[in-house]
Design a protein around this ligand. Structure first.
Ligand code: IPE
Ligand code: IPE
Ligand code: MG
Length: 253
């Protein structure tokens, strides 16, 4: 019997309810590895396989933007060995995976405070951006040295400069104007935020953008998050009624 493709099944049942922008807090790599008696970095390596699978699934079901939380502003505080292991892995992935992403028409964006990274990583990021910038398929955002608070503060700094130089009047700062200076303003609104690893918190991921996202938590550790698990998250999303402040009756009419 032919193997059923999970993405095809999702399209068969939920094609009307595919989220345009999905954010994922890829948590649980460390515990996944420790459960197997392995060092935490092994979990991060296996996490890359799950990333590949999530990207493939997103492309197949037609998600427009996928934002993956890879390294938070706070993760620098981890043991030096783990931080350097993660940086090496980041470098390796940037070297190894970008060509395939490009071939698949994926536009790769590394979003976060890139100044925090080494020169070699910054160079790799710049060339990956350049190579894939005109691609028209999935936008894959990798949030690295990213924090939702950082994003709000960096937008505020740009706005403050514009007010100072009289390019902008403070009275004209609306939510839309503010939004235009945040990191994902060029992309669809965040529809669905997924967190693996069992915790129910946002951990400084997309804060501004999460205002009306649906939140989905799964106890699965990130390396175990396969396409079937992604499909379950879409099923959950398809079942939500998005009211945006209206009543259920208003939404229905
Ligand atoms: C998430 O997995 C990946 C990063 C933060 C880089 P963790 O490393 O936080 O794994 P747990 O939560 O300790 O299991
Ligand atoms: C959030 O995971 C950051 C990433 C997945 C990159 P953490 O493991 O750092 O979150 P907390 O500290 O447990 O909230
Ligand atoms: Mg964690």
């Amino acid at each position: 019997m032919a193997k059923v493709d999970v993405a095809d099944q999702v399209l068969e049942f939920y094609s009307e309810s595919i989220p345009q922008h999905v954010g994922i807090i890829m948590d649980g790599n460390g515990r996944w590895a420790q459960q197997k008696g392995m060092p935490r970095v092994y979990g991060h390596k296996k996490g890359v396989d799950a990333v590949r699978e999530a990207v493939k699934f997103s492309r197949k079901v037609g998600i427009k933007s996928l934002t993956l939380f890879a390294f938070s502003s706070e993760n620098w505080k981890r043991p030096e060995e783990e931080v350097s292991g993660l940086m090496e892995l980041f470098m390796l992935v940037l070297t190894r995976e970008v060509k395939t992403l490009h071939k698949n028409n994926v536009r790769l964006k590394i979003v976060g405070d890139l100044d925090g990274f080494s020169k070699s990583i910054q160079d790799k990021v710049a060339s990956a951006h350049q190579l894939t910038q005109d691609n028209t398929g999935l936008i894959l955002n990798v949030a690295a040295n990213y924090g939702g608070r950082w994003d709000i503060v960096q937008a505020t700094k740009v706005l403050a400069e514009k007010v100072k130089s009289n390019e902008l009047n403070s009275a004209d700062i609306t939510e839309d104007v503010f939004d235009s200076f945040t990191s994902f303003s060029d992309q669809p609104l965040l529809d669905l935020m997924i967190r693996t690893g069992g915790e129910m918190r946002i951990s400084n991921f997309l804060l501004w953008q999460a205002a009306y996202a649906e939140l989905y938590f799964t106890p699965l550790f990130w390396p175990d998050f396969k396409d079937i698990a992604f499909a379950q998250a879409i099923e959950f999303f398809a079942g939500t009624e998005r009211r945006f402040g209206l009543t259920g009756e208003q939404v229905k009419s």
